[in-house]
Design a protein around this ligand. Sequence first.
Ligand SMILES: *[C@@H]1O[C@H](CO)[C@@H](O)[C@H](O)[C@H]1NC(C)=O
Ligand SMILES: *[C@@H]1O[C@H](CO)[C@@H](O)[C@H](O)[C@H]1NC(C)=O
Length: 606
Amino acid sequence: MSLNVQLIMLSLLTVTKLTIGQDDGSVDSYAKMFEPMLSQQESTLELHLRSMRDADNRFVQFLLRQQSNAVKVHVAQETPEPGAALVYDAVVHHFYIYEHVQQMQQHLKQFTSQVGFYLLALERLPADEQQLLQQFMETIWRVLGHNRIYYVQLAAKQVLLYNPFLQCVVLAEDEHSYERIYSNLHGYPLRAYIFDSVYSALYEDDSTERPLRATGPDATVAETVAKHLNFTLNYVWPDDEFFGGRQPNGSYTGGVGRAHRHELDVIFAGFFIKDYLTSRIQFSAAVYMDDLCLIVQKAQRIPQSIVPLFAVRVDVWLCFLLVGFACAFVWLCLRGLNLGLRIECLTDQNRKIDDGRFFVIAWRIFIDTWVVWVRVNVGKFPPYNSERIFLASLCLVSVIFGALLESSLATAYIRPLYYRDPKTLAELDDSQMPIYIKHPAFKDDLFYGHDSAVYRRLNAKMVLVGEGKDRLISMVARNGRFAGVTRSASLELRDRRYIMTHKVHKIPECPKTYHIGYVLPRPSPYMDAINTVLLHILAGGLLDHWISEMKERAKLNIHHYPDYLAVLGVGQWKVLTLTDIQLAFYALAIGCVLAALVCLLEFLIK
Ligand SMILES: *[C@@H]1O[C@H](CO)[C@@H](O)[C@H](O)[C@H]1NC(C)=O
Ligand SMILES: *[C@@H]1O[C@H](CO)[C@@H](O)[C@H](O)[C@H]1NC(C)=O
């Protein structure tokens, strides 16, 4: 208790001194740089003191006075075994105080946590121990892979940091000193990883098993980041399995495995930001998004002989028929009214005919309606004004319908028509096709955990196929009995030809959208520096630009393949041939046969 009171008194004293402006070279000048750092985020500061006497130290008092974070004080206590409980989410900073470097060296194994930083205070540092301190710093970097340790020289009133890239000790002047070290890596070789993915490709020298160069937007990002942070990209030879994941026996494969085992520093290939069942990796800022979509084989082409029937949709045909009958009925009603109300006939001669039997009139009207409806001249105008007006309006409607039919027909001849492709997941579900997947991760990710019955049924239809030589999309293109899963962007890039040559169809309703980021081991000292450059690239819209450039190039690439161009019919005029108008002749032939039959019948009967 008394100690606390003493502390408060002391701190008050310091504050008063400060306000008065007496600068007696106290703690403030170099300790002040820790103030903003400690208040940056919710964190705990753990003070490991050797004895109560350490609390008298001005620097310790300064730390105790911090208000922005919780302070935990251990006095003369053995710290728990390092790595026993590696909780990554809680930010804990540690403070240790030592008399000299040798003492510090004995505790080397304690400084493993990389979530917060360490403050190591040295009471004295004779000139001959400088070398020893630097060795200690180097060992920490080599063995533990971090350098977020501030060495506070209590006697000299200065703070030191280790710059592993220049292999020297630097003086920390303000709170950004640590970040400044990571803003220039001085050519340090970073173990980077990239492989053939949607936005990246790696060219390798198979004989020496050395990656030569990487291309694609992801690789451009890697180069840009490397240029800004001044490190060299030391690409690692990729595994057979690119993305990888957790195996049933608990080991990890592919890129995830490499990052999990901390075998590399950064993966510059885009990974879906999702749970890879390990807490030893982390993602950079999200750089772009992508959908996971389903593909099926494109429906068959409609044969040229019956194309006109498919020129407009069924409902248009139905409407056409229905309106024909409806108009005949309306005309009949008008005639009935006209006759019933004894409205004066416009021509005399018609009256005689119209006085005839009801069925003759009805038949006449029915035929005349259809004659007008298919845009043929009606032979005789009706004898009533109201009916003539009705006929005029019918003519107009038939012109519009006819124009629609004709233009659709012309398009149908020029652009090939296909039978209907599934447009929604529900339609795919109805088609009872199995869904083939190549990545086991899709199984518990794509449709899993949805309320919708369609998703549940689709989830049950997923089949994992072995990683063969053949790509899934070419299997789908050749064999129409199953659907495949692919990334939407790859359909615009590498696999664009399948879409352009109408081999596969992408179902527009995509079940899943992901953010994509790069992967770093966790924890990683490079995270903040890389994110800073990445966010600048994103804010400048550069990545979007590189991606659209790549898509444009993929679109143009199709011109290198004469086979595809022939399929597409690019640069050719569509010449209508006899085969295109077969249907007209079929109709004529059927008409002729029917006419002949009827003629024969009549001849036989009469
Ligand atoms: C980048 O690192 C190299 C050492 O590999 C160094 O010579 C160069 O000056 C550094 N560039 C900058 C801008 O600091
Ligand atoms: C786990 O299984 C993979 C093959 O699936 C094997 O290569 C690996 O060695 C296994 N790991 C362990 C720890 O058993």
